[in-house]
Write a protein that binds this ligand. Sequence first.
Ligand SMILES: NC(=O)c1ccc[n+]([C@@H]2O[C@H](COP(=O)([O-])OP(=O)(O)OC[C@H]3O[C@@H](n4cnc5c(N)ncnc54)[C@H](OP(=O)(O)O)[C@@H]3O)[C@@H](O)[C@H]2O)c1
Length: 329
Amino acid sequence: MRATSALDWFMDKTVVPGYSRLGPALRRAWWLDDPEPDALADRHVVVTGASSGLGAATVLGLARLGATVHLLGRDQGRLDACADDVRRQLASAGSPVPELVTSVCDVSDLDAVRVYATALAARVDALHGLVHVAGVLPPERQESAQGHELVYATHVLGPFLLTHLLRPLLRADGDARVVWVSSGGMYTRSLDASDPEAKEREWSGTDAYARTKRMQVALARMWADRMRTDPVAVHAMHPGWAATPGVTASLPRFARLTAPILRTPAQGADTIVWLTAAAPASAAAGCSGAFWSDRRPRATSYLPGQQDPPGERARLWETVADAVDADPR
Ligand SMILES: NC(=O)c1ccc[n+]([C@@H]2O[C@H](COP(=O)([O-])OP(=O)(O)OC[C@H]3O[C@@H](n4cnc5c(N)ncnc54)[C@H](OP(=O)(O)O)[C@@H]3O)[C@@H](O)[C@H]2O)c1
């Protein structure tokens, strides 16, 4: 056990082995058990960014465990194509095909998030999982429907508001999970809640991406603290490096250079599905607020000076709550 822990730690620290397809290939020899095959039967799970890449792989993984999955994205055609593909894959494997519900909801648009949350509450009594997958890395600065910087609105504002609005449904499940899909790129930035919209500094896509991915990890921690008395566990995770349409489009050079070692979308999505479905007695429930990769909690900082500066989390929470006009307790 000690030898495998040391190897796991070494792979994580040296990045390439841990983030590449070697990570799950080796770690599955010692990682925690798969969920039961029907772990999510009769459970509802919302997945944002469900029409592509890791989101689509997450939908397949959750549906395979019996969940009714609610797929959110910005384009009805892409969502329907993803749902059809999942139905086809399950049927051809002889597996039952649960209900898949597609909804157009741009999570960067706070009005759309409010409309969706109201509609969902009218349709379901309880929600087992909320998985924040939607992600963007645009080539130039763009703004959301409400005029917020797009990367911040997509990774932080929309997911924060959706979590707040769906909290009563999550509580009603009795054993719910919220999973924030962050990125190893967050290690390149420390938490900084000043100027989250990049109004006073030069904007770059990779900078906005890494900053907001760091914010997601801090927010997951803070939601976990606030939901301590709810029967809801909150997790952040990073998927390693997976071959997805998003990586090919946003980071073509990286995708080309790393092609032979990239994970499949299913390998990238494995820990997302596992965190959503793992039994409450498992490590997942005892570690609400942790940052995971390959079914293990990981450090949130490796270098000196990367720890969240004192007061910065509270400042972030206030800034975000103010921007979405909500004050969750
Ligand atoms: N792939 C990797 O190696 C990797 C590594 C680290 C972290 N991640 C994270 O994993 C997540 C998924 O990435 P991916 O590689 O699978 O990318 P992808 O193939 O580009 O998928 C991104 C998904 O997000 C959706 N989306 C984007 N903006 C949205 C919005 N405003 N509202 C609703 N949906 C939205 C897209 O759907 P539509 O365009 O159809 O709306 C698409 O389904 C991202 O958060 C990313 O940061 C990925």
